[in-house]
Ligand binder design. Structure first.
Ligand code: 5GP
Length: 188
């Protein structure tokens, strides 16, 4: 069986974080790559768990040192996937990346054989709006920018290997475990 780089994308607020936690709980052989970001931590987020929170200067230094497999800018902040972690872990594990569409397509370009792209879509825009305002961690302006981005992200779904509508996180988790099992058995 091979190890895969499972890339999960989907708009902010769609529930990726919850799904990833379920996946890690259920399949102990999976590891999640923790990205670096220059955005400030949200309430309840911990350095090294959701992200490594670093300064813009440090981020720029690490770009120069080719430390990121891919990186991108969203809403004025940088986000990047640590290259050495992913390459090291892939020797023994399948690795989950929770990143946006641009990053996902870059990962596929850089590691076409290992990368499996899964898009998580909201049941409806109304539902997504409700979830985003429920989170209450962003300003009105930031929330609007994120909602605008949603349409763009969902339009890219046809570039993905799988698209799942997240009605219920536990059901989506089960579907993803099935995708992982199937993909690991493929001979490429
Ligand atoms: P948030 O600020 O809501 O945690 O994330 C904003 C966006 O950045 C999300 O679409 C998320 O998937 C994306 N993101 C998180 N980490 C990375 C990364 O390492 N690379 C890229 N390209 N996007 C990321």
């Amino acid at each position: 069986m091979r190890n895969i780089l499972l890339v999960l994308s989907g708009p902010s607020g769609v529930g990726k974080g919850t799904i990833v936690n379920y996946l890690l709980e259920e399949d102990k052989s999976l590891v999640k790559s923790v990205s670096c970001t220059t955005r400030a931590p949200r309430e309840g987020e911990e350095d090294g768990r959701e992200y490594f929170f670093i300064s813009e200067q440090e981020f720029r230094n690490r770009i120069m040192e080719h430390d990121f497999l891919e990186y991108d800018e969203h809403f004025g902040n940088f986000y990047g996937t640590p290259r050495s972690f992913v390459e090291r872990q892939l020797k023994d594990h399948s690795v989950i990346l929770e990143i946006d569409v641009v990053g996902a397509l870059n990962a596929k370009r850089l590691m076409p054989e290992e990368t499996v792209l899964v898009m998580i879509a909201p049941p409806s825009m109304e539902e997504l709006e409700k979830r985003l305002s429920g989170r209450g961690s962003e300003s009105e302006e930031d929330r609007k920018a994120r909602l605008q981005r949603v349409r763009y992200e969902l339009e890219q779904a046809h570039l993905y290997d799988y698209v799942l509508v997240n009605e219920e996180s536990k059901i989506t988790k089960t579907k993803i475990l099935e995708i992982i099992r199937k993909e690991k058995e493929k001979h490429i």
